[in-house]
Structure formats: C-alpha cells, structure tokens
Design a protein around this ligand. Structure first.
Ligand code: H2U
Ligand code: ZN
Length: 344
C-alpha cells in the first residue's frame, strides 16, 4: 500500500471534475447509525398484486400482456412528457427556467417476479442488454439524452421487487451528462485520447481495483469512487453508445454483469441495493471523446448499515471511509457463486 492510502487524502474524478475525501479508518469509529435489516427475499414467481407481472392490471387500468421475455411500457406516472410546450422564461438571470420535453418508460427484465439480474444468468441478462440498446436507439431519434437506469431494492427507492428498470429521455443535457461530456471532450482535445479508454488501460496495468473483467469489459472500483462499493463498468475498446455494441461485446457484457451482481449479493449475503445506469454519448453524431460506461452506486457500508451522503458530503464534498482498493479487494474475495445457490 502506498503511504497516501494510510492518510486522509482527496481524489479527483476526471469525469466530473469533483473531488472526494478519502478518510480511511473512520469505519472503526464507535457508531450507532441506521441499520438496514437484511430483507428476506422470498418471493413467488408470479404475484397477482404486482403491477409488473404478466397479465396484471396497472394503475389506470391497462392490462400487461402475457409476456415471456422483456416488456416495456410508457410510465403511467411519467415525469417527462413529449408534448410539453417549450417556453424559456427568463425574467432575470437569477431566475432562469426552461421547460423540458421527454418521455419515461419502465422496462421489465423478466416475467418472473422472484428473479433479479443477479439471479438471471448471462443468457437472460443478454435480452435486457438488447432491450436497453434498442430502446436507446429509438429514443435517441427524438431526444438528446437517454438515461437507462435501475433502482434496485427498497433502500434505493425501488417501488417493487419485480426485476425492472427505467428509461428517461429528454431534450436537455442533464447536469451529470453535461459534466462528463465537458471533461471527456477537454481530455480528448488536449491529449488526443479518450479519457476512459486511457483510464481502463492504466487500471488493467495496476489490477488492484478491478473486480471482474473479461476480453471486452472491466468492472473496477474507480480510483475516485465516492460510494463505498461504487463500480465503474467499462468496455475495453472504444465505443460511444449502447446500440453500437457488437454481438460479441453484448455477450461478454452479460457475463461480466452477471459476475459483478453475484459478487455484490455475496458481499453481505443479502440482496444488494444499488442505483445503476448507463452513460452513452448524447445525441447521435460521432463522439470519439465519449466512452460508453455504466455506474453502480450501492449505498451499503456493511450488511446492516448504509452510507449517508449528509453533512460534510452535502456541504463540502463527497467522503468515503474505506479506500477504493479495500472495497475492490472485498469484492474480489467473495465467491463467484450466488450465496442462495451454493447447496445446488
Ligand atoms: P421504480 O421501482 O424504479 O420506482 O420504477 C417503477 C415505476 O413504475 C415508477 O416510476 C411506475 C412508477 O411511476 N408505475 C407505472 O408506470 N404503473 C403502475 O401501475 C405503477 C408504477
Ligand atoms: Zn411481479
């Protein structure tokens, strides 16, 4: 371990330009924070009360089809709508506002109410990858930014345990996308290299923060991670958007996603909550500066305790208690076989 890691220090996130304070050793302090009870995850394969299961009725009376693979529908409570009139009202520079047009979809990963991506296996995950890609391609015809994401677990606000995610698409470039675009663009202009392609090459040489990898992908606890077990999932070759992934890259992605999510669940032997999502280049034009990637932001610090981004994090900057290297080591050490399937 390098001496830096034994002392409080700050690390720079080159994608967003933000810093995180690494104050290793704080987890040993006396603590009686909020405990997250490990929710038992016994569920039926079909739940008649679930609004995502096949053949059930959703809010507003629409009946789901008897789907057998994946299923997409426009969110019945969509936050963004395509027909919103575009008015830019600027009575004063300190009171700027703009309306936003868009759409929100819900994507079911499987008809099985009792599954999660971690339990689905690579072939089934592949269907979800194809769906993410085709939805992104379609929505990008109309909207500048397509945000594919999943909130998993009650801890992250998921409203239903049925395996599902969401896609929001809109005309504006949201704040995170704007920052990543600017930083990747600046890096490309000054060095001629894609920031995340260069980063993945360096991570591959160091190896310490890589959780799982294969010929096409790498999942690493990034050097600048803020959340305890945050992961950045990166393609090894330059690719800007989900729809551009080759069949081989999709195949390899399903394998790497499966191993990462199994490791996440095995870490505390409980369903592991997170918010994850894809960042592909905005728009449809060629974007050599932008490397496709997914972020995983899990809130847990250990089996029963969650990390709160409060106080210092809200008022000063992000702060983490264990080093990214320690987090990666913990994830490397767990079994690659899901804990609920060990006896099989
Ligand atoms: P989350 O679990 O990530 O909240 O996603 C579920 C979404 O499903 C949520 O945004 C929508 C909610 O608006 N929903 C419907 O579209 N129809 C329903 O009948 C219930 C919930
Ligand atoms: Zn269901």
């Amino acid at each position: 371990m390098r001496p830096l890691e034994d002392h409080p220090h700050r690390r720079f996130n080159p994608l967003t330009g933000m810093w995180t304070l690494v104050a290793a050793g704080r987890t040993r302090r006396p603590w009686s924070g909020k405990l997250e009870p490990a929710s038992g995850d016994e569920r039926p394969a079909y739940d008649p009360g679930c609004y995502l299961c096949p053949r059930n009725t959703r809010a507003g009376g629409v009946v789901n089809p008897d789907y057998s693979g994946t299923f997409v529908f426009t969110n019945d409570f969509a936050s963004l709508r395509p027909e919103t009139p575009l008015i830019n009202d600027e009575p004063h520079p300190l009171f700027r506002a703009e309306t936003e047009q868009g759409t929100c979809r819900v994507v079911c990963f499987s008809p099985r109410h009792d599954l999660t991506l971690a339990l689905m296996g690579a072939e089934e995950i592949r269907r979800t990858i194809d769906l993410w890609a085709s939805e992104t391609a379609e929505l990008a015809q109309t909207f500048r930014w397509v945000q594919v994401f999943e909130n998993r677990g009650e801890e992250m606000g998921a409203s239903n345990p049925h395996p599902h995610g969401q896609i929001w698409a809109g005309t504006a470039l949201p704040t995170q996308a704007y920052l990543e675009d600017k930083h990747q663009h600046d890096h490309y202009t000054t060095s001629g290299l894609s920031l995340l392609v260069e980063y993945a090459d360096r991570e591959a040489k160091e190896e310490t923060r890589i959780v799982v990898e294969n010929r096409e992908w790498m999942a690493t606890v990034p050097y600048w991670a803020t959340w305890p077990f945050e992961v950045l999932l990166l393609p090894r070759r330059a690719v800007s958007r989900l729809p551009e992934l080759s069949a081989e890259q999709r195949e390899a992605l399903s394998e790497v996603l499966s191993s990462l999510l199994v490791r996440y669940d095995n870490l505390f032997e409980r369903p592991f909550p997170y918010s994850m999502g894809w960042h592909g280049a905005p728009g449809t034009e060629r974007a050599p500066h932008w490397q496709l990637h997914a972020h995983f932001y899990p809130p847990l610090l250990n089996a029963t305790m969650r990390k709160f981004m409060v106080g210092y994090e809200m008022l000063a900057e992000g702060q983490r208690d264990l080093t990214p290297e320690d987090a990666a080591r913990r994830l490397q050490e767990v079994s690659p076989l899901h804990y609920t399937r060990r006896g099989e």
